[in-house]
Design a protein around this ligand. Structure first.
Ligand SMILES: [Mn+2]
Length: 281
């Protein structure tokens, strides 16, 4: 069972006695980048840590799962990250022993910063019962298509409105999109250089012994609310008339029906579909 932890950008996966607290896109050290541009913001890590501790107390998880982009500097390790990241995981490790991280595109050289008990998982994701989790900058492993629900992050989804005075309002959101799973299989097999004949679904079964079940995709908001995000209801054509694609191969593959995706605020308010929200930007 997937339970969004309103009003936090976090969810709880419940499966028999297991309770997995899932968060994504912390981008620890993001403010260091701002300092390089002359904007000095104090470290946000204590705030992120406090929010995690609140959630742990609230939902009593048996494990923590970070869905990618724990750190911000892509390949190198910034000075502050040497201090903040080990402290952060040591503090959380005192409350919850089992901590796992699915690698995102910003997680280069993360491993030396982590305490022993933190497990690193590949960016191709993991399957947990009927739920498949991956960061979203890379294709998931084919076996995730056996899960009816896919959960991804990476986009930091937001919604934007403009009121009649011209004020622009941006809020973080959850997105729940239906998948055209046949298209999804076709695109994934193409990526893997596997010739899919007329029936990609049976090719998937044949090559990977995977029965296609994926039917919807959830996009998680970023846990760090200081970050920018991708506006989910922006017009798909830019001023130049060129199409402005979403980031990540799965959203670009057109196998996710973003137009008919449901959009919810962090407090659970249902805002409508992306199609409808596009008229308000
Ligand atoms: Mn990312």
């Amino acid at each position: 069972m997937i339970v969004p932890l309103r009003p936090y950008p976090a969810l709880l996966l419940k499966r028999s006695s297991e309770r997995v607290l899932v968060v994504a896109d912390l981008h620890i050290g993001w403010e260091v980048r701002l300092a390089e541009q002359g904007i000095y913001v104090p470290s946000q890590t204590p705030k992120l840590q406090e929010k995690m501790l609140q959630l742990i107390q609230l939902c009593k998880p048996t494990s923590l799962l970070f869905l990618g982009d724990v750190k911000h500097a892509i390949a190198k390790v910034a000075m502050e990250e040497w201090r903040d990241i080990p402290n952060f995981f040591e503090t959380l490790g005192k409350k919850v022993q089992d901590i796992r991280i699915i690698l995102g595109n910003h997680d280069g050289n993360l491993e030396p910063l982590l305490p022993q008990n933190v497990k690193i998982l590949p960016s191709t994701g993991i399957a947990s019962g009927s739920v498949g989790l991956f960061h979203g900058h890379a294709w998931p492993s084919p076996n995730l298509l056996n899960c009816s629900n896919l959960i991804t992050a990476h986009v930091h989804p937001t919604v934007t409105f403009r009121d009649p005075l011209g004020f622009r309002i941006t809020r973080q959101v959850w997105v729940k999109a239906p998948c055209n799973n046949k298209k999804l299989v076709k695109a994934l097999l193409k990526h893997l250089n596997i010739k899919a004949d007329k029936n990609p679904v049976s090719s998937l079964q044949e090559h990977f012994k995977v029965k296609l079940r994926a039917s919807q995709l959830f996009i998680m908001p970023s846990f760090n609310d200081f970050l920018g995000g991708q506006s989910i209801n922006r017009k798909t054509l830019g001023k130049s008339g060129r199409s402005r694609a979403f980031i990540g191969p799965i959203l670009r593959s057109k196998s996710v029906d973003i137009d008919n995706a449901e959009v919810h605020l962090l407090d659970g308010t249902f805002l409508g579909t992306v199609n409808h929200l596009r008229t308000l930007i």
